[in-house]
Design a protein around this ligand. Structure first.
Ligand SMILES: Cc1cc2nc3c(=O)[nH]c(=O)nc-3n(C[C@H](O)[C@H](O)[C@H](O)COP(=O)(O)O)c2cc1C
Length: 337
């Protein structure tokens, strides 16, 4: 592939009335994509980010905890809000509260595999109900001018691969963007994502409506993986998920790689500085102790593959204050662990 072609893999995307500068998004991740994590990803080159999945029913009922999931970081102008529900009527009831948060995109979750969610007919249960997806998209499009997207899986299981039916239903209701995690519900997060299904989806959607953006998700753990997905599947953009946890640098590295450069080395001191920044920001939403506890799952990922990282992990699991976190990071950087 020549340099010209490589360069064009990073580009702006238009989603309904919204144009976003780049095509490297942070996926919705329940329990992870709070405003602290989103803000470090944005600072490190993410083009756009999403909240974690937000219950439309919770919003409709006025749950404060549900609303907190949509609070913005400082200077976070654009934000995608992902909602989950089992019926268009719930989306309509949730809208007044949702609109108060001025979402830049409203995304409908059609992929969550968790039994508690699926049992109610939400999440990946919708892969068996294209009609319902159509009604949800139509309702949101009717009541707002905000771009509407869906995030789907390939299907329920290998005997029920329904992504084209669901995409078709959403297209006929005026959806502006479709993201697919290229696994079935049955596969959960295991095995290898079927990127060939992304190629099928992007051709299917672009043939019908070239203005609808198609994004790919699944097994994006490195800049080269993102480059490969963009090159081979014709998707308009990629969504990093597990690959961004503990590695917000993946966005700037990927942009470098897509524009013909080389990913930078981020030394340990920089990695720890970003981790501590995220921790401090988390603390503004709770207490120092809670933030330290919540940060553990991120810290484990920041420390993955780092010499003596497992010793640091053991110590951070006990840490309950910023000072303790900082001390462990300093000792790790100075080779004193
Ligand atoms: C811990 C975790 C939480 C997730 N939460 C959500 C969510 O709230 N909404 C959603 O659409 N997908 C969610 N996903 C799916 C991811 O957005 C993504 O599609 C999936 O992890 C595949 O990408 P990956 O293989 O690169 O991680 C979640 C995945 C993980 C691992």
């Amino acid at each position: 592939m020549d340099a010209e072609q490589t360069r064009s893999l990073y580009h702006p995307v238009t989603i309904g009335s919204l144009t976003i500068e780049g095509n490297l998004f942070l996926a919705p991740l329940a329990g992870y994509t709070d405003r602290a994590f989103r803000s470090v990803c944005l600072e490190r080159g993410a083009s756009f980010t999403y909240t974690e999945m937000v219950s439309a029913e919770g919003l409709a009922r006025g749950s404060e905890n549900t609303e907190k999931l949509m609070s913005r970081a400082e200077r976070e102008e654009l934000l995608g809000v992902q909602i989950f529900m089992n019926d268009a009527s719930v989306a309509i009831r949730a809208l007044p509260r949702l609109l108060q948060h001025d979402p830049s995109i409203i995304d409908i979750n059609c992929g969550c595999p968790v039994p508690k969610v699926v049992k109610t007919g939400s999440g990946s249960a919708l892969m068996k109900e294209p009609q319902k997806v159509q009604e949800m998209v139509r309702a949101l499009k009717e009541y707002t001018d905000i771009p509407v997207s869906i995030k789907i899986r390939t299907g329920w299981d290998k005997n029920s691969i329904t992504f084209k039916e669901v995409a078709d239903a959403a297209l006929s209701a005026g959806v502006d963007m479709i993201t697919m995690h290229a696994r079935t519900r049955q596969e959960g997060y295991s095995g290898t994502a079927q990127w060939s299904a992304l190629t099928e989806l992007s051709h299917f959607v672009h043939n019908r409506n070239p203005r609808v953006a198609v994004f790919g998700s699944g097994d994006l753990f490195s800049p080269l993986a993102a480059k490969e997905m963009l090159k081979t599947t014709s998707v308009d953009g990629v969504m990093f998920a597990r690959g961004a946890i503990g590695n917000p640098f993946i966005f700037e590295d990927t942009r470098q790689v897509l524009t013909g450069g080389k990913a930078a080395e981020h030394d340990l001191a920089v990695r720890m500085k970003v981790m501590l920044k995220q921790l401090h920001r988390m603390g503004t939403d709770s207490s120092q102790e809670l933030a330290c506890r919540e940060m553990r799952k991120h810290a484990t990922s920041y420390l993955k593959g780092i010499p003596h990282g497992s010793r640091a992990k053991q110590e951070l699991v006990q840490a309950t204050s910023y000072a303790e976190y900082e001390q462990v990071c300093t000792r790790l950087i100075e080779g004193d662990l």
